[in-house]
Design a protein around this ligand. Sequence first.
Ligand code: CMP
Length: 139
Amino acid sequence: NQLTHVTLTNYSKSEESRELIQKALLENDFMKHLEVSQILTIMDCMYPTTLAQGCCVIQEGDDGSTVYVLEEGLVEVTKGGQKLCTIEPGKVFGELAILYNCTRTATVTALTDIKLWAIDRQGFQTIMMRTGLLKHSNY
Ligand code: CMP
């Protein structure tokens, strides 16, 4: 399978950022069931990105390919123009389209300048897949 040949890149992070990302992943309803090794590998592979206030991070209905953890600033989640909630630092968002292979379920907009950690579908799926393969080879 192609995914077994993907090279995962580690991005260096401060201890504070590592803790913020791990906590965010462990608190997320969909990510918290992952193995500790998967959580740590996802954290290692997340890369930093920034966006200015007012920018659209995620557009409802788009094909999604990135999962984010908010490190600094605030984002707003809306669906069909209706406000759903505000997301604060230390939270995961953008996981649903990748986990369920669906289009983006909501729009996410930067309410302030924001700093994010991100991981793309390919890296995310490689981490899921590799652990699966390792498990499988134990039998
Ligand atoms: P995704 O569908 O990939 O892209 C939009 C994101 O908004 C979604 O993943 C969730 O992370 C987030 N989101 C969607 N609906 C809600 C909601 N009701 N409350 C909080 N966050 C949401």
